[in-house]
Structures are given as C-alpha cells and as structure tokens.
Design a protein around this ligand. Structure first.
Ligand code: SF4
Length: 358
C-alpha cells in the first residue's frame, strides 16, 4: 500500500495566525488571511511536499473561539478534524488556558495519542519543521494483501464493470491491489463476474479477490478450495482492525426490529441508485429485521454513537488509517460494535467463515 500522507492540523483561537502559518509552509496563499477574526470558516486542506516529511496534508481550521451564530457548528467541524490528525500544531501564546473551547481541545489532544507541537508567533519555519520531523509518527509498510499471497502466485481479480463502475477507469483499491501484486511478484488476472467462469476454465488461481458487492455470486462460481476475499476486506486489514470488525459483524445476528445501524462513509460522494452503503447493505440488513439505517458521510461521524446497535464503516479507500482507527476507538468507547462493508456483506450472505482474511 502506498505511504499515506501525513495530516498536520493547525488549531487555535480566531486570528492567532493559523492561516498565515499554513501559507508560509506552503509557500503560497492557500487560506485567505485577514485581520478580521474568523476569516477561515470550514477546514481548508492543502497537499504539500515538506522536506523530511514527504507528502503532507495541511489542515487550516476555524478559530475555536468563534462567537458568531455559526460558531458552534464551526467548532464541531474543527474538532472533527482531530479524527484525521497525525500531528496537531497548536498556536500560542494567544492560547489562553481559561478559554473554554481551546482548553477543551487541549484536553482532547492530551487524552488522544496525537503528538502536539505548540507554535509561538515569530518562531521560524525551520524551527517548526524540525519539531514536526521530531514528532512525526513512523509509518510501517503495510501490504493490502498481507500474508494471502507470495511471489509466483496467480491472483484473479473479479471487478464488475457495470453502470456503477466509474467510466473509463478502475477504482482506487483495484489499482492499488493490482500494483501491489506486481510489486510482490504475483501474476494478476483480471475478469468481470460475467467472464469469471471462462477465466476459471483457463487457470486455477491461488486467490480470488472480488468486489464485495458480488461476493455471493463469485462464491457460488468458485470451488471452495480456492481462497476468496474482497477489496473491502483487504482494506479492513490495512486500515482498520480485522479482529474488531469480525467480532463487530456478529452483532448482525443480534439485530432486533427497531434497532438502529449507522453506515459511515469516509468521504462524500454522489450516491447512485445501487450504492453499496446506501442501498445494498441497508436492503440486506432489512431482510434480517425491520431496522432503521442512518448514514454519516465524510466528517459527519456522529458525536453520540450510543443510539446504535452496530456501525458499518466503508472500506475507507481514500481515508487514512489514522481516521479509520479513530472511528474504531470512538465506536468501541461508546460500546457499539463496528465492522466494515466487506465483512458485513460476507456475514449477511452467510459466507464470512469462508472468506480469506489478510
Ligand atoms: S472512502 Fe469509503 S465511501 Fe469513499 S469511495 Fe472509498 S470506500 Fe467509498
């Protein structure tokens, strides 16, 4: 899996110089700078290559002490940024510990494992960079395919190219898995569900990786001796926590009429009529019991998770491991089981035991 971009978020009261600092690090005007407090309203993200840190996403946030009518909503969005933060830069000395919202942020940061860098106005960019490099978490190299493959294996990828597939391209997890298989010295063979039967007549693969949406269909076409997994299950291993997700999926058996399930998507996208999170998984769940399904997209992961009997998270293909890990912790802290799309679909189709886990 490619190295993930380090997410560095800048926090502090309005007009404490966050935007000026982000602009200085980027060497260009990314955020509007003005002496008027509260110029930055929603978090502003900029991807930049920083010496010694590689590709980073700098996140400029709204002032935590925003007193406008929209203030509480902006504060909520600012604090939601913590889920994706690898390093928090807190601007001082304007940070006044008695300022309730800033104290709240500092308390949240201290209770998390997010490294904090306090920045004092006037400090040089070189000195800040040095401190950022010193606290930057080391990234381990992770393979999406884990221990499921070895050099020389033949891996068959089943990728539906129907109306839901983006026109003219493959989706990110498919591209990443293909590249990884080549890097690991495997032979990759691509087919669609329609051409699977003819592909299986030609070769007997060591592993089949499919889109979770066609898990049932591929499973029926495949001899049980051939290991089967999905792109979403691979993401569960690389970004999430397989054990937690498999345990979480067992909550599906306990769902009762009237229970609530949260479908959490890590990004916002325009759903189509066959959307996996909004249409297909809810339909499978409702076959089990008359339950209520809520959707949370992008940064709108709800602060109160307790109304839910289960959270089903997307694969998080464009999210970082930090974000998915943070959501797992939040769910478990609220005592709510959490699983992901691929594992939930395998469970709902009664084939979870048959699925190869990385
Ligand atoms: S981040 Fe999640 S919701 Fe967005 S495209 Fe990837 S799997 Fe789908």
């Amino acid at each position: 899996m490619p190295m993930e971009r380090l997410h560095i978020a800048f926090f502090g009261p309005a007009n404490s110089g966050k935007s000026t600092l982000v602009n200085a690090l980027c060497g260009q005007e990314v955020s509007l700078v003005s002496p008027v407090p509260g110029t930055t309203t929603d978090p502003v993200r900029k991807t930049v290559e920083l010496p010694g840190l590689g590709a980073c996403v700098l996140i400029d946030t709204a002032g935590l002490d925003d007193a406008s009518l929209l203030g509480p909503e902006r504060r909520r969005r600012t604090l939601a940024v913590l889920d994706e933060t690898d390093i928090a830069v807190v601007l001082s000395p304007s940070v006044i510990p008695s300022e309730a919202s800033v104290s709240h942020l500092l308390a949240l940061l201290e209770s998390s494992s997010i490294p904090i860098v306090q920045y004092t106005r006037g400090e040089s960019i070189e000195s800040l960079m040095e401190r950022l490099r010193a606290v930057a978490p080391k990234q381990e190299e992770r393979f999406l395919t884990g221990n499921l493959v070895k050099a020389g294996d033949c891996v068959m990828l089943v990728m539906p190219q129907d109306s839901e597939a983006p026109k003219g391209r493959l989706i990110l997890p498919q591209v990443q898995v293909l590249r990884e298989l080549l890097d690991r010295g495997c032979n990759a063979l691509c087919c669609t569900p329609e051409s699977l039967a003819s592909a299986l007549k030609r070769v007997t693969p060591d592993l089949v990786i499919t889109d979770s949406q066609v898990f049932g269909l591929v499973n029926r076409a495949l001899p049980s001796s051939i290991p089967l997994t999905s792109f979403s299950v691979l993401l569960a291993g690389a970004k999430g926590d397989l054990r937690t997700f498999v345990e979480g999926a067992s909550a599906i058996d306990r769902l009762q009429p009237g229970d609530r399930v949260l479908i959490a998507e890590a990004c916002t996208h325009v759903p189509d009529t066959e959307d996996i999170g909004r249409v297909k998984i809810p339909a499978l769940l409702r076959k089990k019991a008359d339950i209520k399904v809520d959707i949370a997209a992008g940064n709108d992961f709800p602060e109160d998770r307790t109304p839910y009997q289960l959270i089903i998270h997307c694969g998080g293909c464009v999210a970082t491991r930090t974000l998915v890990q943070s959501r797992i912790k939040k769910a478990l802290r609220a005592g709510v089981p959490i699983t992901n799309y691929g594992i939930a679909i395998a469970k709902l189709q009664g084939i979870l035991e048959r699925i190869a886990l990385p």
